[in-house]
Structures are given as C-alpha cells and as structure tokens.
Design a protein around this ligand. Structure first.
Ligand code: C2E
Ligand code: CA
Ligand code: CA
Length: 261
C-alpha cells in the first residue's frame, strides 16, 4: 500500500472517530416551476492535514476498512437533525453504499435512526446505485421492501451505468430513477445523448416512476429535460451542495413550496 493511501486511511479513521465528516445539501428541484422540494445529503470531509478529500475517495475507503456502517449512521443522524429545521414538506435524500446493501440489518438501522430523531420516514428517500442493486438482488429486495413498508421512497441512483436488464428493473419496487450525469452532459453534444435520455424518461413514465436528472449544468439541458417530461433536476445550474448553515440563505434566493402538499 502506498504511504499516501496509508496516511489518508489513518486520517479517515480518526475523522470518523471524531465524527467530523458531515453532510452538505444539494437542492432537488421540481421542474414544474423550478421549486426546491428537498435536498440530497452528500458527505464532506475537510481534513486538517490533508485538505478537502472527496467522497469518491473516502467512501470506498471507509467500506474497505469496515467503517462505512459507523460513518453512515453518523451522517444519517446529522442529516435527520438538519432536515428537521427545513420546511415541513421537504424530502431528505440519503445515499447508501453497495457494501451496506449486503448487510441484512441496514433497513432496521436506518429506521431506528429515523425513530430516534423524530424525522418522518414519509419525507425520506434512500438512493441505491443501480450496480449495487444488480449485485445483491435478493438481499437488496428484502431491504427495499422493508424501507418501503415504512413509507420511505427508493431511488435508483446513477441509472444507465449499471447494466441492469429491463426485467431486473421491473422486479424491484422503486419510486424514482436518477438519470446519471454522464447522459445529461451528453444532451448538448450528440443526438445519441438526447435519444438515450428521452428513452429513459419514457420508460420511467411508463412504469409510473418519478425521474431526477443529475448534473444539470446549463439552460439547454434543462429545457430539453422539461420538454421531455423529466420531473426533477439537480445540478450546478441550481446549486452545488451547501453546508446546513447555508440552507436558509439558499431558500431565500430560490423559490420553494412550504405549504403542505
Ligand atoms: P452521487 O450520489 O451520484 O452524487 C452526485 C454527485 O455529483 C455529487 O458528487 C455532487 O456534488 C455532484 N454534482 C451535483 N451536481 C453536479 C453538476 O451539475 N455537475 C457536476 N459535474 N457534478 C455535480 P460528490 O458529492 O463528490 O459525491 C460523489 C459520490 O460519493 C456520490 O455520487 C455518492 O455515490 C457518494 N456519496 C456522497 N455522499 C455519500 C454518503 O453520505 N453515503 C454514501 N454511501 N455515498 C455517498
Ligand atoms: Ca446520489
Ligand atoms: Ca448519482
């Protein structure tokens, strides 16, 4: 193992022990009127010695060293507390990693944190990557069923990258598909990109699923997504993920619906 990696790993262990890795929040925007309807929690780690390290690096590392369940519990606890201060109709979207999905107790753990914090499962959305789902079909289904029975919605993250077959997709009881950023970024470049996104939107609509486009960065992409019936969007065009303390300011400059749905 390289010494850089060993150093990151050592710092990661102490960051988790000190509970200093925290969620930031990126708005989820309903495309009928560009209103904020909730936030996705994205883990952020600012190491005092190494600087900012991205979740693409430390989440897989935490999985490898067996600390992801602990880190995920810390993040979910904090996210629930933060989300309790938002307008009462807002959803909280939370990612669970492929390794976590192999743990048959993960559903129970999520539900007990919600119960402890008093955050309603009806406002919670759990994001599972398409590849994680396909890797662990039987266990994933049991966890999904358990969460959905409690009222939590399930979103299939990074859709289009995990090689699931239509049959596999249909056998899961899902609520939402998140179209991977790689497809959204191709909307401007090629007709192929547009054909793929339109096909995914049509498929999702046919199955009664909500759709979120990830990585919306410009007005052209947004217009295409709206014209083809995409329900929600997320991306730098609206906002990057912000610390909990900056959520009120963000809501001051972006429209949102606070009335009960
Ligand atoms: P993801 O769940 O697909 O999250 C979306 C990623 O795209 C985030 O990167 C977000 O900052 C980034 N993004 C959002 N809008 C745009 C845009 O318009 N353009 C571009 N170029 N990027 C955009 P981030 O925060 O670095 O997270 C990377 C991945 O790490 C996430 O991908 C997710 O798989 C994982 N992750 C983050 N937080 C958690 C967590 O708390 N638990 C677990 N299990 N995984 C997490
Ligand atoms: Ca996600
Ligand atoms: Ca994603």
């Amino acid at each position: 193992m390289s010494s850089v990696r060993m150093q990151i790993e050592r710092e990661l262990r102490s960051a988790i022990a000190a509970d200093v890795i925290i969620p930031h929040y990126q708005p989820l925007v309903a495309l009928d009127g560009d209103r904020v309807i909730g936030f996705e929690a994205l883990a952020r780690w600012e190491s005092s010695s190494l600087g900012r390290i991205g979740p693409d690096v430390f989440i897989p590392m935490a999985e490898e060293i067996g600390l992801m369940p602990l880190l995920s519990r810390q993040l979910l606890r904090r996210a629930c507390l933060d989300a309790m201060t938002w307008p009462s109709t807002f959803t909280l979207a939370f990612n669970i990693s492929p390794v976590q999905l192999r743990d048959p107790t993960v559903g129970l753990r999520i539900l007990s944190i919600l119960a402890e914090s008093g955050f309603s499962p009806l406002r919670m959305e759990i994001e599972i990557t398409e590849s994680a789902l396909v890797e662990n079909i039987a266990l994933a289904q049991a966890t999904i069923d358990e969460l959905r029975a409690a009222g939590i919605r399930i979103a299939l993250d990074d859709f289009g990258t995990g090689y699931s077959t239509l049959g596999q997709l249909l056998s899961f009881r899902l609520d939402k598909i998140k179209i991977d950023r790689s497809f959204v970024s191709r909307l401007n470049e090629s007709n192929d990109g547009r054909v793929i996104v339109r096909a995914i939107l049509g498929l999702a609509k046919g199955f009664g699923l909500t759709t979120t486009a990830e990585g919306v960065e410009d007005a052209g992409q947004l217009a295409y997504l709206k014209a083809n019936g995409c329900t929600e969007g997320q991306g730098y065009l609206f906002s990057k993920a912000v610390p909990a303390a900056d959520v009120p300011a963000l809501l001051n400059c972006m429209p949102y619906t606070s009335a009960a749905a």
